[in-house]
Write a protein that binds this ligand. Structure first.
Ligand code: PMT
Length: 404
């Protein structure tokens, strides 16, 4: 699971920094490429040179280093990693992360991170149990950060209790199961994902479309493939590259999307319909570009398109069927109606008028509504993380259905 992985290790200033040296060595033995980012305080305990020798890579220490490896180092690191690991993570870095503070290279890199983050809190027991630290940890977890709980025992300050950095071998095992959970649990499953918006032509140069970029659906396809699923992506026009290990069918119109979905449907286990589908299409499509006339108005008569998701819901057998609801008002009410009408197992409701949610954003704010009426509200998080949460739920529903 770890071979070939790229991990940015954030090292913050606590006595347990010495254990992070062993951690890097163990990760490398497992085939991980590690790039270390040290805070100023961490450098008081161990020098960057030690981490450079052990990791085989230059150690990043400052936003203002003129010898930086990359032009914009924090963004390059944020995009490079498959995962971020902060070990040891002091109360200070947890507080910064929980509050979006970016005042040094590590905190800035973490704020820009595109991959999942794992933190290993390590500090004095009193600091760890302090309600503020606990609130920060809970907030980070709610935002999708994975927290490896500290070990208990004798601490450097002479007290005893929770707060010790777990042994490096245990952190390596934790990272192994972290990736395994994320990357291997969909092995053997076939996942159909739709993404981007459909376009309905008016004439050879014009169409009726919408603002979907495909980011949400492509993230689901990408994460499902990384977790081992065989993925078919049926996509409307999008500027995004087809993710690695994903088979794609490119379509334009709702009818083309319906056809591609129906062809794949009998054979798939999970369907995630993130596409923004045109509900109507122009009745007459002109062969030639429509010329401007003297009239002030132009009328385009629209016919209703088929509802792809509803069609799939009507012929559902074994499939886990998950839809999206893009709403600008009455989010829960409208989404609940769609779950029932379209015979879904779950719907991902997003208020597309909220900042940081919906069309063409890198983040989303969603609520999961289930067929049995349960509701779960998630905080704002990257679309990649939303994708993984959706896949986690799809797998639970799939396993429940197949264990009966
Ligand atoms: O692509 P991005 O820029 O990242 O934006 C993401 C998104 C906002 C497009 C995505 O998160 C989203 O909300 N997708 C669903 C958009 C939509 O069509 O919502 P809806 O409420 O109109 O439809 C409900 C569900 O029925 C959707 O799963 C849709 O795919 C499906 N549908 C709708 C109409 C139709 N004729 N056929 C369908 O299958």
């Amino acid at each position: 699971m770890l071979k070939g992985k790229k991990i940015v290790l954030g090292v913050t200033g606590g006595i347990a920094v010495y254990k992070a040296v062993d951690l890097v060595s163990r990760l490398r033995k497992k085939g991980v490429e590690v790039r270390v980012v040290m805070t100023e305080h961490a450098q008081q305990f161990v020098t960057p040179l030690t981490f450079k020798e052990i990791s085989g890579n230059k150690v990043a220490t400052s936003m203002w280093d003129s010898n930086q490896e990359y032009n914009v180092e924090h963004i390059a690191l944020a995009n490079w990693a498959d995962a971020f690991l902060v070990a040891p993570a002091t109360a200070n870095i947890l507080a910064k992360m929980a509050n979006g503070i970016a005042d040094d290279l590590l905190s800035t890199t973490l704020l820009a991170a595109q991959a999942p983050i794992v933190v290993c809190p390590a500090m004095n027991t009193g600091m760890y149990l302090n309600p503020i630290t606990q609130e920060n940890i809970a907030k980070l977890e709610a935002h999708g950060v994975t927290v490896m709980p500290p070990a208990s025992g004798m601490l450097a300050c002479g007290t005893s209790g929770p707060g010790r950095l777990p042994e490096p071998a245990d952190i390596v095992n934790f990272m192994e199961s972290f990736f395994a959970k994320r990357e291997g649990d969909l092995l053997g499953l076939k996942v159909l994902v739709t993404a981007a918006g459909t376009r309905e032509p008016i004439d050879p140069v014009r169409f009726v479309g919408n603002r979907s970029s495909g980011k949400m659906g492509y993230a689901v396809a990408d994460e499902a493939a990384k977790r081992g699923a065989e993925v078919l992506l049926v996509t409307g026009p999008s500027a995004l590259a087809i993710p690695a290990n994903v088979k794609a069918v490119k379509v334009e119109t709702t009818n083309e999307m319906l056809e591609a979905c129906l062809a794949a449907y009998p054979d798939v286990d999970i369907v995630v319909k993130a596409a923004a589908v045109a509900d109507y299409r122009p009745r007459d499509v002109a062969d030639q570009k429509i010329k401007k006339k003297n009239d002030d108005a132009m009328v385009v008569v629209m016919d209703k398109n088929p509802d792809i998701l509803k069609t799939l819901g009507q012929s559902k057998t074994h499939q886990v069927l998950i839809g999206f609801a893009a709403e600008t008002q009455n989010l829960i009410e409208n989404a609940t109606e769609k779950v029932n009408k379209k015979n879904l197992d779950m719907i991902v409701a997003n208020d597309v008028s909220a900042a940081g949610a919906g069309f063409n954003t890198d983040t989303n704010i969603v609520k999961f509504l289930y067929a049995d009426g349960r509701l779960e509200a998630l905080d704002i998080m990257p679309k990649t993380e939303v994708a993984n949460r959706i896949l986690d739920e799809a797998l639970i529903i799939y396993n429940n259905r197949h264990s009966k």
